[in-house]
Design a protein around this ligand. Sequence first.
Ligand code: NAP
Length: 306
Amino acid sequence: MEKAVYPLMIIGGGPAGLSASIYSCRYGIKTLLLAPLGGGLASSADKIENYPGFPEEISGMELVNKMKEQAEKFGLEMAYAQVQKVEREGGIFSVFAEDNYYSRALIIATGAEPNRLGVPGEDALRGRGVSYCATCDGPFFKGKSVIVVGGGDSALQEALYLAQITRQVTLVHRREQFRGAAYLVDKIMAAPNISLRLSSVIAEIKGRERVEGAIIKNLKTGKEEFLPADGIFIYVGIKPNSDLVKELVRLDQNGAIITDEMMRTSQEGIFACGDVRATPLRQIVTACADGAIAATSAYHYLNPEK
Ligand code: NAP
């Protein structure tokens, strides 16, 4: 039996992949979207306040479901699949999952995972005070006290953002020196409501229903101390989910897929959008914009005469 070759396949069912599919289907491209169950990081957000058009807040799951409904309305075909491998042979991409799928163009929208600390209490209290996104969850901690963990640009930048909203930020970093940019370090030092715990790590996150604080261990003295807090924001790096295509496209030093402004990767016919690509802002609104651009580029790739 001859294999069915889709013009376009999209891997990833979060906002980036779904936005790409809304655009590709409206361009009249027969599109198959492959994704595991769930809608990426976005669908785990309890409330989303900063996605334009929803002034009364919406849950991540609800927003992703609406995008899915919209895409299906335009004719998107979806298959739930845990993709194992992607290969290229001539002008055809083969995607290996429980079944195999084939296409002429491919959009990678597989997102990124925040690195976890791996300490007791982290998983149990995720979404109940443990967060990996200050832009998403910070406003829920207005006037409260929070802990930020990490010493890179993300931790510094988000600690500064949280200091504007919350009463008190404690920045916990495992070394004496910060990895993040010097200008951010200067701002941290100047902020009146940011205190530092250096050469320190989180040993455990405590709380019954919600986060109540954390046990902080000083690595120099070995001393452990309970620090009360309403929230804990973890910024210990992210891992873009780019393994599937790491042999096919260029990645940056963090494993993010490098694209140009049209979401083209180094491999002709493969486009990338959302958190998996090297980008200065990882938000739902930017993932959606990326998706629209990726679909437009795929359309021109598939229809060079247009
Ligand atoms: P990052 O630069 O990899 O920094 C991660 C931080 O977490 C490091 O300080 C690291 O400590 C710490 N860490 C890692 N594992 C840990 C653990 N298990 N326990 C405690 N601490 C741990 O990650 P990022 O800050 O998310 O930044 C990622 C990339 O995006 C970087 O290239 C960054 O420059 C870029 N970025 C840029 C901007 C900007 O330009 N405005 C903003 C955000 C991010 P050590 O320092 O000891 O290794």
